[in-house]
Each structure stands twice: as structure tokens, then as C-alpha cells.
Design a protein around this ligand. Structure first.
Ligand code: SAH
Ligand code: F3S
Length: 477
């Protein structure tokens, strides 16, 4: 247990984890199954905030809970355990969760048995502060402690709040089978944690040191995923392309995954520009299943700001990397992350970012105002000195620039044929399907005779800022 914390960390009595025979008992109009030790089988609802890594961790948590005999439910009203899997990356992500907890507490006042847990990055970041802000929370658990979830639920049911916040650099959950939603795209965590220490970022502090999963386990996972019907694999990691397992690097992993029978497409997120090796670029260029799409976080177009951020590349190096990628893979779609208003960002620095975005013309971008995070290197040694109104102005400027560029790039696709992996019914019209192009653009089209999981050719006739609209041509009409 972390010695700064005031609550006990429970050891796992192995008897609590074994799932013996179940029996059922009626209790407050809710049916509880129990094992022979009398521990309730819980109906758990997991609500996920933040990045795709959290979505993947929620699937892992569902796997751990299911293995221990609990059930995950799709409707929060059916739950007697609600776990929020949280994000700490910016302040507003944390505010959202605190508001949600307040709301859930109303229900908890009516339902004695309801367990509320906060898991993930915010749990790790705020620790005992979280319990002060929301004292009714029963369970607080960081990203390396999910193995303890079943034991934690038992402890809470016996009246003891539970804290599990130790970071563990050996924890990779390699032996856990996540429970994935049905679909055609599976997200596969290949690496946990981050060693980069960008000065603005809380991730290394809440997710711990970087660790890669063994390649042979990952390829086994992919074979299983294909057997379950998944067609597209997205490899996930904080700096996914720094993956390594002995002599195997990320390029090798891409090839190995792509070559598995039944894998139609493989993509990954998010790479770090400094780790964009030739081996990665070769695999993207030459491997037919590797999607011609890259999310390449830039953060700033000003070298002095990149230095302050400790991004380990200059604006010129970033520009050269983009040029190399476009030379080798001309059809590549690029997206990025940008922060405005970081400590000391002058108008000139901001304009360097604006100009580089205008020059590169990303297909899309996630854009953020800098949010000071307690515990980061910037928080300790740099001043958050750009006024909030100025941050907002700069953000609005790059958002309108990017909207215009994205719309223009999409408009240029009108009349062209794109290859789309069919994912499911369009939300707006059940007679239409939606899917993604190789370049990760959402496309909507009438179903014709296509089936979910097919790759179809769609001729684009209209576009919005974020969607391509067209008709299937060829065999599937
Ligand atoms: N390497 C990770 C980064 C995770 S954070 C990945 O892409 O998977 C995602 C993005 O949030 C970062 O690229 C950065 O642009 C933004 N971000 C991180 N910390 C931030 C902060 N303190 N304020 C504003 N934006 C931040
Ligand atoms: Fe954060 Fe930088 Fe790692 S953005 S996740 S410290 S690469």
C-alpha cells in the first residue's frame, strides 16, 4: 500500500476469489446470486471516460470481474456496482467525473447496497483528495490494481472502503482476457505506461513506467480476435511505436499482426514522432493490411515550446518526418494533437503552430487549451502564464483553421471511390450502413447487398466536415 494513504489496502484471501457453486437469494427486490462463501455476485456497470486506452481498460476490468463470477450490465439501472473509469489528462475531465459522482450519490442515498467506485487515471491522480470531495465513494483504484477488483468488491460489501493505488511496473494483465463489445474493430493494448515525461502530461505519473506485452501473446490474442469475428485490429499504447520485445520492434509487430489470416486491417494509436523509425514506415508502406493513416501528435509548431514541453523533436524535424511519410505513402491521412497556451507561449510561438498546421494540412486534429496538472514537471517548474481568455482565442483560431482544412480535404474526395469496412447501421437511417475508410474517415451509404464486415467500394457524392456520403459500386450493389 502507498504509505501516504490513510485507508488499508486489503490482501486477497484466495478463498474470496475462487468461484464455487452459486445460490440465489431475494434481497430488497433484487436478485443476488451468492457463492458458497456468501459473497454476492454483483451486477457491474462500467462507465468509461477519456481515451481509447481507458475503453480498453474497461474491457479488461469486465474480463477480471466476469472471471470472478460477477456480471457486467449494459443498463446502469440494473447495476448494484457502478465503476467510473476516469481520465485525468485535463481539469475538465476531472470536473465532469466529480459532477457525475454527485448525481450518483442521490441514487446511493436511496439504495443502501449500491457500490460506487472510481477507477483509472483520476483515481490515481487525486487519491485521498477524491475521497474528500466525494466521501461516499466506496472504492478507489488506479490502472495497475484492477486485478484486485473482485476482492475489493467483497471488502466493500463487508463495510470497508477500498483503496488500490500502487503502480506496478510488472503489471501488464497479459493473462487476462478482456470482454469486448461485438463489432468488427478490436482495440488491443500492446504497451502500458509511458517513459517520455512530456512536461505538461500527467500520464507517466498515473499510468507508471512503459512496459510492452510479449509479441507471441499479442499474436495469440489477435488470432483469437479474428476467430471472434473482428476484422480490424487497432494497436494501442501511449507511445505505441516505442514497442519492443527483445529484438522485435514495432515495425516487426505490425507485420506479424497483419499477416495473421483474417486480419483485414491494422492501425495503431498514438505514435510518438521521435520513435517513427524506418521499420515502422516500411511496414506502413509495404504491408497491405496496414492502414494508410497516422495520428501523429505535434503539440506545437514552435521549437522553443517543444523544448519546454520536452517533446524531444524540433518543429523542423516534425516537418521533415511528415515530408518523408508523404513521400513514401502519398495517400496517407494525417491527424494530430495540438496544445495552445502552454507556459510561456508567445504570440509568435502560437503563430508558428498556426502556420505549421496551415502548411501541413492535417486531415483532422484534436486541439486543447493547456490545463495545468498538479504533479507534472510543468506544474513544478514553469508558470501557467497565458491568460484563460488568450488560451480560448488561440484555440478558436486553430479550430476554425482546421475545420476549413478538413472540409476542403473531404470535398476533394467527392467523385472518388473509397474502400470502406462496413461496421453497422447508420445512426440516423437504418437503411444505411456506416463504416470507415482505410484513412479512418466515417462513410455513410445505402446498404444494398453488403454485410457487416465486408469491405466495399463506395463512390463519394457528398461530404460534410466529418463524414463522406456515397453509394456502393461494383459487386456488392
Ligand atoms: N501519447 C498519448 C498522449 C495522451 S494525452 C496518446 O496520444 O495516446 C492526449 C493528448 O492530450 C496529448 O497528445 C496532448 O495533446 C493533450 N494533453 C496532454 N496533457 C495535456 C494538458 N495538461 N493540457 C492540455 N492538453 C493536454
Ligand atoms: Fe504524455 Fe508525452 Fe507520454 S504526451 S503519454 S508523456 S509521450
Amino acid at each position: 500500500m502507498n504509505k501516504h494513504l490513510s485507508l488499508p489496502l486489503y490482501k486477497t484471501p484466495s478463498s474470496l476469489l475462487s468461484d464455487e457453486k452459486f445460490f440465489t437469494q431475494i434481497d430488497n427486490n433484487r436478485i443476488h446470486s451468492k457463492n458458497a462463501n456468501g459473497h454476492s455476485v454483483r451486477n457491474v456497470f462500467i462507465e468509461t471516460y477519456g481515451c481509447q486506452m481507458n475503453v480498453s481498460d474497461s474491457e479488461l476490468m469486465a474480463g477480471i470481474l466476469t472471471q470472478a463470477g460477477h456480471k457486467t450490465v449494459a443498463d446502469i439501472e440494473d447495476a448494484d456496482v457502478i465503476l467510473l473509469n476516469t481520465c485525468a489528462i485535463r481539469e475538465n475531465a476531472e470536473t465532469k467525473v466529480i459532477n457525475r459522482l454527485e448525481h450518483l450519490n442521490h441514487r446511493k442515498r436511496r439504495e443502501d447496497n449500491l457500490i460506487i467506485g472510481v477507477c483509472g487515471c483520476m483515481a490515481q491522480h487525486l487519491r485521498d483528495k477524491l475521497l474528500k470531495a466525494a466521501p461516499y465513494v466506496d472504492l478507489v483504484m488506479g490502472p495497475d490494481a484492477y486485478r484486485n477488483l473482485p476482492m475489493a468488491l467483497n471488502a466493500v460489501a463487508s463495510g470497508d472502503p477500498f483503496l488500490g493505488l500502487q503502480l506496478d511496473k510488472s503489471e501488464d494483465y497479459a493473462d487476462i482476457a478482456p470482454i469486448r463489445k461485438e463489432g468488427i474493430r478490436a482495440w488491443l493494448t500492446i504497451q502500458r505506461g509511458c517513459d517520455k515525461m512530456c512536461t505538461f502530461c500527467i500520464v507517466p505519473f498515473v499510468r507508471g513506467r512503459e512496459r510492452s506485452l510479449p509479441l507471441h501473446l499479442l499474436t495469440d490474442d489477435v488470432k483469437r480476435l479474428v476467430d471472434e469475428g473482428f476484422k480490424e485490429i487497432v494497436l494501442l499504447g501511449q507511445t505505441v511505436n516505442s514497442y519492443h520485445d527483445g529484438d522485435y520492434d514495432f515495425g516487426e509487430l505490425l507485420w506479424r499482426v497483419a499477416e495473421i489470416d483474417g486480419v483485414e486491417r491494422v492501425r495503431f494509436t498514438s505514435p510518438h514522432p521521435a520513435d517513427a523509425t524506418d521499420s515502422m514506415i516500411d511496414a506502413m508502406e509495404n504491408c497491405p493490411q496496414a492502414c494508410k493513416q497516422l495520428h501523429l501528435p505535434m503539440q506545437s509548431g514552435s521549437t522553443p515550446m517543444l523544448e519546454r514541453m520536452r517533446r524531444t523533436y524540433t518543429a523542423e524535424e516534425y516537418r521533415e518526418l511528415v515530408a518523408k511519410l508523404r513521400e513514401r505513402i502519398p495517400e496517407i491521412a494525417l491527424s494530430t494533437d495540438v496544445i495552445v497556451g502552454f507556459c510561456g507561449e508567445s504570440e509568435e510561438d502560437f503563430m508558428a503552430t498556426y502556420n505549421l498546421m496551415e502548411e501541413i494540412r492535417f486531415d483532422s486534429a484534436f486541439m486543447f487549451k493547456y490545463s495545468d496538472r498538479e504533479g507534472t514537471l510543468a506544474n513544478k517548474s514553469l508558470e501557467d502564464d497565458v491568460p484563460e481568455t488568450e488560451k480560448a482565442r488561440r484555440l478558436n483560431e486553430i479550430i476554425s483553421l482546421q475545420e476549413q482544412i478538413s472540409a476542403e480535404i473531404n470535398q476533394a474526395i467527392i467523385g472518388k471511390t473509397v474502400s470502406v469496412l462496413v461496421e453497422g447501421d447508420s445512426r440516423r437511417d437504418k437503411d444505411q450502413f456506416h463504416g470507415k475508410t482505410d484513412t479512418f474517415k466515417t462513410t455513410v451509404f445505402p446498404k444494398e447487398n453488403a454485410q457487416i464486415g465486408d469491405i466495399v467500394d463506395v463512390k463519394v457524392h457528398t461530404t460534410t466536415a466529418h463524414t463522406l456520403i456515397g453509394n456502393i459500386i461494383g459487386d456488392n450493389c
